[in-house]
Design a protein around this ligand. Sequence first.
Ligand code: ADP
Ligand code: ZN
Ligand code: ZN
Length: 819
Amino acid sequence: MGTVASVVVSNSARNYDKQYDYIVPEALKEEIKPGIRVIVPFGKGNRLLEAYVFKVSDIQDCKALKEICQIIDASPVLSVNMLKLAAWMKYRYICTYSDAIKAMLPPGIGVKSLCMVRLEKTGEVRAVLKNILESLKTLNGECTFDELKALVNSRSLKKYLQELKDLGLVSTYETYSSKVGEKTMRVAYLAMSRDEVLEEIESSRIKKIQQIRILEMLIDNEYISVADIIRFSGVSRGVVETLKKHGYIDYKDIAIKRDPLKDKPVLPTSPMKPTSQQAAVIKHISCEIDKGAFSEVLLHGVTGSGKTEVYLQLIRHCLDMNRTAIALVPEISLTPQMVERFKGRFGNAVAVLHSRLSLGERYDQWRLIRDGKIKVVVGARSAVFAPLDNIGIIVIDEEHENTYKSETTPKYNAKEVARERCRDSGAILLYASATPSVESFYNSSPAEHGIQKGIRLLEMRDRANSMVMPEVELVDMRRELEEGNRTLFSRRLTEEITKNLDSKQQTILFLNKRGHSSFVLCRSCGYTVMCVNCNVSMTYHLHDDRLICHYCGYTVKNPVKCPRCQSNYIKHFGTGTQKVEEEIKKAFSNCSVLRMDMDTTTYKNSHEDILKAFREQNTGIMIGTQMIAKGHDFPNVTLVGVLAADSLLNTGDYRSSERTFQLITQVAGRAGRGLLPGRVIIQTYNTEDFSILSACSHDYHSFYKQEISVREKLNYPPFTNIATIILSGINDRMVFNAAKETKNALEAMPGAKDVMELLGPSRAPLQRIKTKYRWRILIKCGNIDRLINILSQLSDNFYKKKGNNTVGFGIDINPLNML
Ligand code: ADP
Ligand code: ZN
Ligand code: ZN
């Protein structure tokens, strides 16, 4: 008879990713509980590894088992619910336990926390205790437990400290937090784009685990102080220097900006009197919260309908009921205004988690949340893992956004994780958007005869204040060409920009960020080449001058004449923001221009700096990509121009109509947010497409009706699930063979052929990243559970097979990018 703990080893390889049993030594019995980290001897060599305790139980025979060596944490870093969530993620995203746990914990927790001891006051005590107090004094009254132990050298130090604590003479606390007070701080940032770094890691050009750990930290954070990197990654300074020498990272000195909201107290605000539409939504959802059972609501509210006020009042209701809340927003909408709205309402009960917190700050926030001192968490994707208990509501603002899906392992979708957490604590999951995703809208409906299936749909059709929707004008660029205008700007847009510059009002020009590929368009008639099988645009591939379908692999030769109108204005198309900037400077010689895209925001300036400059300096024109589409209020912006609305349609993705509709709607929402009314000019070579037309008339319902029928006809989500398996490696033939074998293995699985449609293997849209060739198998399957089961079996078999270690194997279920 003995006590055993089932543990999962941290950073384990796939084949060791399971729970192992260890004996709990008598001395640690009190302290070992689920969610605690421990050190265990592992494998033949008994390497000492960090592990998470999942379960503690009593068993009859444990002779053959090894013992746990020591414990790391004084209190659990994961609650029982979070452990359950990790197991669910392992299943759902076919990842390892450690991958799942890594996503849940703050990055700084990878090392042992410091237990600090502080002398509070002296007093008359017996000799052993007096000795401890004296030692503390020589250490300036405050030191780590280990430092004290080195001086006192007593096996029972812990016990004595407890005695001293009970007498009120000393106190102890855990810490990771960094020293403050420096004027500037040396920080490191990625010297290349995140994608490039990920490619370097995936292609094994960077192999050292310590280097990868640092780069991963920097992928998640805009910058981190060099001191924090060393402290939290547990590596030496040399490793950081090496990364700098090889050009992966660079340093800069920044002034320490304390959180401005910390210094400047945010004025408390009181709830606004809800409009009748807001009131109806608040009433309905408050009733649901009171029931204490899981349910889902989709709030479809036009831009400016006052959704944020609804969240604030619902969260207040949760707090009144002694429950907690999470609000997820896209990182880019975490603007100071947004933060102020939450802090103004909830004061110190709210934590805002954003990528610019230092690791120390983030760890502190995490601990405050875990210890129940914070009740409301606002943040981007990873805030879904905030260690709150007794959640009453999770809000997903702008629920249609791509940013809720993680593109690195574990490839989780925060919406699905939120759903799991809500189910677990009988909470309300509130999805909200002005342009709901087709999937969410399809799964929602108004209650009929009091019966609700799936997600309850609530709508707010009017703006909360009296701002009118901007006027939208469509310009046919084919006509411009016909009539001799070959520039990027239509005559109408030029006219309106001139007017705006004259009257010192601001203009935003929006351009779709071109992905890794481009498409072919006839500038004379608007024709684009579509795949005969898949109804998506075909993508131009430079190196063999052919067009390829990214779904089925179908290819055709690149046309030299337009098949429809015979003109030779057909060519692969695409204009970058940089080109637009040049053209603008040519056309409007003395106007001020700012540009915001991936290139200008990677590390030199942040979004916030550019946006602030635009607002404060009243810059004439801002050119930007998707990044400027959401969230921000610019009262003096009265004109928005969309340069090539149809370029969004030709991304070779089945969601391109949906994205076109969403982006035009969001971009148009940037105009006329102040007192002046707004105008929107949309330039396009395609004036017939329903997504562009319904966006112009602000008509979501008409867009949805047409889109859902296309999805049904062609069997795309939500009518099915799409999964991709990407195989990659240096030897093209080997990768291809592995892909072929994988497909055969899939086909051979019992029953698989009946429920799945398999496409490929074909070359992945990104055929080769750095040195690695990539082949892709695409799967459509209506039954998500069957799909997951089949794929995880496939993945297990793949990793078990010898000789497969030179080929990379990645699964993504319902990916947001088909690359
Ligand atoms: P959404 O998030 O739906 O686009 P916001 O929450 O940003 O809309 O609200 C739009 C504007 O309407 C904001 O300026 C907000 O202060 C204002 N507003 C919201 N609710 C009310 C209300 N009940 N009464 C007056 N103004 C409101
Ligand atoms: Zn043509
Ligand atoms: Zn196709």
